[in-house]
Design a protein around this ligand. Structure first.
Ligand SMILES: [Zn+2]
Length: 311
């Protein structure tokens, strides 16, 4: 196969529709009839001005403002219009928002930073040994097998060895937490598929696993955002000189309000995306919330085992 070389054309001089067949082919994919953009692969037609500083500056400005506009629009829709991101995606209105997976991964990064302050998402050996899943007794027995002198606390002759194990465990949990959390999305999509399996097939309502996965990614992105917000509130409260117990009560109230927001948001999102009546949407929301808590429990236990096993 010989590579045809076509002279670069100036975008301003791109040929009109009628002359498309006479236009050069795309240097990227060889599709014929290149105009301002290739109709096959979407690449812009190369131009002599591509390498000017002005073009670089314009490109940079475009990338930044476009990314910002998309990000702001996506976050706004996620927070203010429950279910709108999924509904729009299913209707084919996609380019205006970040992709579901992009959004989910981005919000995951936010949660990583806030997680040490989030009650449900902070993990350490000490916490596993006090209140598990899987179970404090089981966790203790496994840790005793892993530590040199079979200890589960930092006192006595083998205290130093246990402390060393604890440090390694906590560092490993922190690292694995970030990868395992991604599994929430496919697991929740499976739950959604089960919950909505009996529904009638209707246009625009998720039916296939991949469609449920979009809703799962958007739902988790919102829940993670709320949890990260709760973490930030808790962290700020620790920094501010708030008097006890009034300040403490205000922080707890703020975190509880944030956490209550998630199921209400989910209810409205379920109604919009799955086109359900209020009672049915409420039942589905309760089922999804319960399944989420079970997943959280499983995640916690799984995280203990993978950390213990790989240490
Ligand atoms: Zn092309």
């Amino acid at each position: 196969v010989s590579r045809r070389r076509t002279p670069p054309i100036r975008r301003a001089d791109a040929p009109p529709l009628a002359a498309a067949s006479a236009a050069p082919s795309c240097p990227n994919c060889d599709a014929p009839g290149l105009r301002r953009y290739c109709a096959e692969c979407g690449q812009a037609a190369p131009a002599a001005t591509d390498y000017s500083l002005r073009a670089y500056a314009a490109d940079l400005a475009g990338q930044v403002t476009n990314a910002d506009g998309k990000l702001a629009r996506t976050l706004w829709a996620l927070v203010a219009r429950p279910g709108a991101l999924t509904a729009d995606h299913l209707r084919g209105r996609r380019a205006r928002y970040l992709k579901p997976l992009q959004l989910f991964l981005l919000v995951n990064v936010l949660l990583f930073f806030a997680a040490p302050q989030v009650p449900l998402f902070s993990y350490s050996l000490e916490k596993y040994l006090r209140f598990a899943p899987p179970s404090p007794t089981l966790a203790g027995a496994l840790v005793r097998r892993a530590t040199p002198a079979g200890h589960t606390h930092a006192t006595g002759p083998a205290g130093a060895a246990f402390t060393a194990y604890e440090h390694r465990f906590d560092a490993r949990v922190e690292a694995q937490r970030k990868s395992l959390i991604i599994l929430f999305a496919p697991a929740l999509a499976l739950v959604l598929r089960g919950v909505f399996a009996l529904g009638r097939a209707r246009a625009g309502v998720p039916r296939r696993y991949g469609e449920h996965l979009v809703f799962a990614l958007h739902t988790l992105a919102f829940v993670w955002l709320v949890l990260a917000g709760a973490g930030v509130v808790t962290a700020l409260a620790g920094k501010l000189p708030i008097p006890f117990p009034a300040g403490r009560a205000a922080v707890v109230a703020g975190v509880i309000l944030l956490l209550l927001w998630a199921p209400l948001h989910l209810l409205r999102a379920v109604r919009r995306v799955y086109a359900l009546s209020w009672p049915r949407a409420a039942a589905a929301t309760a089922a999804i919330t319960f399944a989420f808590l079970v997943l959280l429990f499983v995640y916690r236990g799984l995280l203990f085992f993978t950390t213990w096993y790989t240490l």
